[in-house]
Design a protein around this ligand. Structure first.
Ligand code: AMP
Length: 172
């Protein structure tokens, strides 16, 4: 699958000091979401460069119902095949991200920015799961507690089960 992470794309724009990077840097450092139209334009342009018959893993997008609707329009007549939601208690997330701050030095892994990102998740992102449930796209809720390899196996198992139930389920 092609892997498209909006956070990674934005961090690279910030590192290159591009116009998009300058617009996004402060918002990201505070843990807020960058504006929908900016993200939608980035995703649309990246998707247009990917072979339309290949499967794509969208990572960290869509994060608002508006983005999800924009994605649905971009993909039509194709559809999102399934959604993976990793479930982790907030206390563990805070520990993990503070650990990542020490290892990777990401600007948004401060305690304040982490708490703001969680607020944004509840306020704007959680509703994206309902959007896809209403559209009938399978939402695979996977326990995200444990080592990377364990969680990876859980994700793979959930997708395998889905593929067994719906052999023609494909990515976009
Ligand atoms: P991530 O690498 O997915 O944790 O994203 C890091 C930061 O980039 C987020 O906290 C937001 O500030 C921004 N960002 C990434 N993806 C999106 C998105 N789909 N919508 C809005 N902001 C985003």
């Amino acid at each position: 699958m092609a892997h498209l992470s909006t956070g990674e794309i934005l961090r690279s724009e910030v590192a290159h000091g591009s116009a998009v990077g300058k617009e996004a840097a402060r918002v990201m450092a505070a843990g807020d979401l960058v504006p929908d139209d900016l993200i939608d334009r980035i995703v649309e342009s990246r998707l247009s460069r990917i072979d339309p018959t290949s499967n794509v893993l969208l990572d960290g997008f869509p994060r608002t119902t508006e983005q999800a609707k924009a994605l649905d329009r971009m993909l039509a007549p194709r559809r999102v095949a399934f959604v993976v939601s990793l479930d982790v208690p907030e206390a563990s997330l805070i520990d993990r991200l503070l650990h990542r701050a020490a290892v990777e030095g990401r600007a948004d892994d401060t305690r304040d920015a982490i708490l703001e990102r969680m607020r944004e998740y509840h306020h704007r992102t959680a509703a994206v799961l309902d959007h896809y449930r209403e559209l009938g796209a399978p939402v695979l809720e996977v326990d995200g507690v444990g080592e990377v390899e364990v969680v990876f196996d859980q994700v793979r198992l959930a997708i395998k089960k889905l593929a067994a139930a719906k052999p023609r389920a494909r990515g976009i």
